[in-house]
Design a protein around this ligand. Structure first.
Ligand code: PMP
Length: 436
């Protein structure tokens, strides 16, 4: 099995190259490989599988479309499935945003939704530069990589879109502005100064793109007060704020949308991953005020496929009816508390953080010298070793972050407390072995 897996990997260059897994069956939080070994899936399609694998409501929704005789491919034409999806999504939005929002169906990936948002702010403002954040990740296309702060995926691609500027993100564990309210204030004042001082080189700003919790950048939640400040700063300058909730949306962080924690609203909201209920779909919702582009300004063949919309609607309905955002908040807090307990025992766990069921553990080298703010150097090799040890014990999790040293946990939202205990036990055993 491993041999054939290695052969496929070398041919296919697939995503989790570090995990030699050939998936066979899946249900709930579990997947099994072709030898029948079970794994708990805390990667869950990089946060896509809100309801876990093969949930009945999703299977039924897809089957209903197949049985209905509806066209499976419609370009962007309306169908009953699409109408139902849009109604469900608008019902789930905060009222004040829903009242003014328009929806654009984008290509099937999150990256395409972000591309649409970048194009929309440029069209609507007539301006040309995009402001983004260090450590952010917005996709793998040329345009979205350009606005991604994380260097890893773009290091070898030199000619990225000009007029992109990176602002500091309040990444507390390594924040040069210091921690706590004072540090966040310094960070937002610094951003305000960059925007207002032409010496920063920022001219003609069209919009700012932000993740409320940075995902690939290492599960880094932005402090609530800082988010409020960012909203104030952008409003005062009439600068459209694009909130990328490709990974955080639909309950992951303990609220339906992560921006709700801060009581703010985006001008543009991009959703993907969970919005398709495990099938490919992405949408951009935007303030009608920005609707200054022609129909067809952002096109593409595969926009809003019927099964993605049906699965997405069913999944969103289930999330709402079963209050999964609240459950994610409660279970996320439990998870975090238990991780903090393990942290007291394990010196390589430099920082444990997250919001809801989007958690990160920054792995460090505690024997090295701390930097000037007291944080220890990242330990990407140890993080990888922990990931491998977890894998051996039947636990799939991601390693990410700016330095490749953050263990990332994105379990399905349906995970139970008992299952969380099982994850914690496997993780604890694994990190003990890796540290030894
Ligand atoms: N934005 C964020 C916040 C993401 O996490 C991702 C995917 N990890 C993307 C955009 C890009 O989505 P996709 O991979 O579907 O293009």
């Amino acid at each position: 099995l491993l041999e054939s897996q290695e052969k496929w990997e070398s041919n296919a260059r697939s995503y989790p190259r570090r995990l030699p897994l050939a998936m066979d069956k899946a249900g709930g939080i579990y997947v099994s490989d072709m030898d029948g070994k079970d794994y708990i899936d805390c990667l869950a399609g990089a946060g896509t599988l809100a309801l876990g694998h093969n949930h009945e409501v999703i299977k039924d929704a897809v089957q209903n479309v197949l049985d209905s005789g509806l066209p499976l491919h419609t370009l962007d034409f309306t169908t009953p499935v699409k109408e139902k999806f849009v109604d469900e999504l608008f019902d789930a939005l905060p009222d004040s945003f829903a009242e003014k929002a328009k929806i654009q169906f984008c290509g099937p990936t999150g990256g395409d939704g972000i591309e649409a948002a970048l194009k929309l702010v440029k069209t609507a403002t007539g301006n040309r530069s995009i402001l983004s954040f260090q450590g952010g990740y917005h996709g793998s296309t040329h345009g979205t990589l350009s606005v991604s702060g994380t260097l890893g995926p773009k290091e070898d691609i030199h000619a990225l879109v000009p007029d992109t500027h990176f602002l500091p993100y309040p990444y507390e564990y390594r924040c040069p502005f210091g921690i706590g309210e004072e540090g966040h204030k310094v960070c937002s004042t610094y951003i305000e100064n960059l925007l207002d001082n032409p010496e920063s080189g920022i001219v003609s700003p069209a919009g700012i793109i932000v993740e409320v919790v940075q995902g690939e950048g290492g599960s880094v939640p932005a402090p609530i007060e800082w988010l409020k400040e960012l909203r104030r700063i952008t409003r005062e300058r009439d600068l459209p704020l694009i909130i990328d909730e490709v990974q955080t949306g639909l309950g992951r962080t303990g609220r339906m949308f992560a921006f709700e924690h801060a009581g703010i609203e985006p001008d543009i909201l991009v959703l993907s991953k969970a919005i398709g209920g495990s099938l490919p779909l992405s949408v951009m919702l935007y303030d009608g005020r920005l609707d200054q582009w022609e129909a067809g300004a952002h096109i593409g063949t595969f926009r809003g496929n019927q099964m993605g919309m049906a699965a997405g609607q069913a999944s969103l309905k289930y999330i709402r009816e079963n209050a999964l955002p609240d459950q994610a908040a409660t279970n996320g807090a439990y998870f975090m508390k238990k991780l903090n307990e393990i942290q007291t025992d394990m010196s390589s766990m430099g920082d444990v953080r997250g919001r809801g069921l989007m958690m990160g553990i920054e792995i460090i080298n505690p024997k090295a010298r701390p930097d000037q703010i007291g944080s220890y150097p990242a330990a990407p090799e140890l993080a990888s070793k922990i990931q491998q040890e977890c894998f051996k014990r039947g636990l799939i999790l991601e390693v990410g972050g700016r330095n490749g040293s953050v263990i990332r946990l994105l379990p399905p939202l349906i995970i139970t407390k008992e299952q969380i205990d099982e994850v914690l036990m496997r993780f604890h055993e694994s990190i003990k072995t890796a540290e030894a």
